[in-house]
Design a protein around this ligand. Sequence first.
Ligand code: GTR
Length: 305
Amino acid sequence: PTNASSKIILRSADVHALGYPTVESVKYMSRLVRERTGGRIEIVVYPNGSLGSEKSVVDMLQIGALDLGRVSVSQVAEVDPQLGIFVLPYLFKNDLHKWQVLEGSIGNDLLAGLARWHLIGLCFQESGYRSFYNSKRPIYHPADLKGLKIRTQPSHVMSKLVESLGAVPIPINYNEVYPALVAEVIDGAENNLPSYLTAQHYKKARFYSLDRHSSIPEILLISQKTWLKLSGGDQQIMMTAARESSRYQRRLWEDFEKKSREQLQKQGTVFNEVDIEAFHQALKPFSRKYGQEYQRLLREIEALD
Ligand code: GTR
């Protein structure tokens, strides 16, 4: 970075494929950064989990083996418990409220807090709502989940959430979920519609029950080691471009989610609405227990809007 003409290529990891909004937004950020640095800085995205699971991506970022990573907030919460608040069910009143939280002081403070863990939080991204799906039956009521083997993200909070509903949580890395469904090691999982579609899960688990229990944002991280090698001016360019790419990602998401649903409908996914009040009730003890450590933040979130 001292030599103005030396080119900096930053590597970024994502578990999703090309075309998925998370990947496309980092490519968009790369274009902005390239333009604004006269071609000096460029970001190359490695999609499809080719650089490893989200957990190992976070590990690599912490030690500086990798430059950037776009992962689910739940995976960063394994390192920084503060972020576990975003795994809590039915946290946001609506999307507007969610983005007031994420783009306001609460979100900014949480991003800044990551420096303690040698990570720089660049921005959040949209990830819709996570719901349960499985190969056995539609879930109308939490009791219908009883005994089902449900894959979870390798997240202790999410495991506990699923367990509290009577299902058996099985943590598996994202890119290994489809083979686990094929082998019938699991009965189902929980995710947003675009992931359910693009990771092929719909082929094996055709009952998708819209309980929308959590809305866990995506997050774009840069290794603190990489960050400190950039000049102040370059850091500014990266930060601004990341924030712009988050807004771009949200526009892409809206369309992608809608198209995913249409495509799934054509493919024969069986959708159902759930007894949402029953889900709220069933998850209350869990929220009370895991909400304990976030009381101040929860009050701030509640007060927004
Ligand atoms: C998706 C998310 C991925 C990954 C995945 C999972 O919604 O975009 O980053 O965390 O969920 O369930 O592992």
